[in-house]
Write a protein that binds this ligand. Structure first.
Ligand code: Q46
Ligand code: ZN
Length: 269
């Protein structure tokens, strides 16, 4: 996942997982690798969510001595996730689906712009298993094919890795607690509704009944099931992407999803 010369960009949301990831990475690789963090200020004002997230990110980076890059969505791109939620909910899209597109886009763009080789995110085993179950239930092959702990780079995309994808959430919580790491404890006000949290609860029940089930499910899928899917999207050479006609970033169509969202929210400005 991480090569000798890699410049690493950690996606730092201020939550316990990304904060834990940054601390551990800095301990393990701080002497040998260039590591910086990037926080996207999503402009979520309810519960002061974005503000407290940014505060936690700043405090952790200051303590560890890591450079923090901050992208304010509103200043840089002219809209916030708060704007997106009120405008796009009427189209039946969930805030998280919009937010996910925005975060992936900004992270990749900033990584390429600043010369980073690899983006690391704090997704934990519970996140990965929950999303996997959701995609299995809906039978979405293209999303299932995107289940990965690591995706290699190509000309238009930095590599992406999830070093904590086999680490249960209770362990990142434990680490953050015993190390007294400041992190956001409030849940995002737009967090996916009942269905995804119910699935997460179901994975926890499954783990109670059969300890190790989450890891087993995740690994079995990656090692035995995913390989037989017809869309091997984890192979960079097989990802059919072209530059977006508007921004030049990768897309499978002519205009990328981010530019479509941005155009809708800013009336083309
Ligand atoms: S910030 Fe964005 Fe999350 Fe909030 S809107 Fe959903 S994806 S829940 S990690
Ligand atoms: Zn674009």
């Amino acid at each position: 996942m991480i090569e000798d010369e890699d410049r690493i960009l950690v996606a730092l949301s201020g939550g316990k997982d990304s904060v834990t990831l940054l601390h551990i990475l800095t301990k393990l690789l701080g002497e040998t690798h260039e590591i910086e963090a990037l926080t996207i200020d999503l402009g979520i004002s309810s519960n002061n969510y974005s503000e407290t997230s940014l505060e936690a990110a700043v405090k952790n980076c200051r303590e560890i001595g890591t450079k923090l890059n901050v992208v304010k969505l509103g200043d840089e791109y002219g809209f916030t996730i708060g704007d997106a939620v009120s405008n796009l909910r009427k189209n039946g899209r969930s805030p998280c689906s919009i937010c996910g597109i925005v975060k992936r886009y900004v992270l990749n763009r900033e990584a390429l712009r600043r010369g980073f080789d690899t983006i690391l995110t704090g997704h934990n085993l519970d996140d990965e298993t929950t999303v996997l179950l959701s995609n299995l239930i809906s039978g979405d092959i293209s999303l299932l094919a995107r289940t990965h702990p690591f995706l290699g780079a190509n000309q238009v995309m930095a590599a992406r890795g999830k070093p904590l994808s086999e680490t249960p959430e209770r362990e990142t919580t434990f680490y953050a607690t015993i190390r007294k790491l400041q992190h956001v404890t409030a849940e995002c006000p737009y967090a996916s509704g009942a269905s995804i949290s119910a699935l997460k609860t179901a994975t926890h029940k499954m783990e109670e009944v059969r300890p190790g089930a989450m890891l087993s499910l995740y690994r079995s899928f990656l090692e035995k099931i995913k390989v037989s899917l017809k869309v091997p999207e984890d192979k960079p050479e097989s990802r059919k992407v072209v530059p977006c006609m508007n921004c030049g970033m990768p897309t499978s169509g002519s205009i990328c999803s981010f530019c479509k969202i941005r155009k809708e929210l800013t009336n083309g400005h």
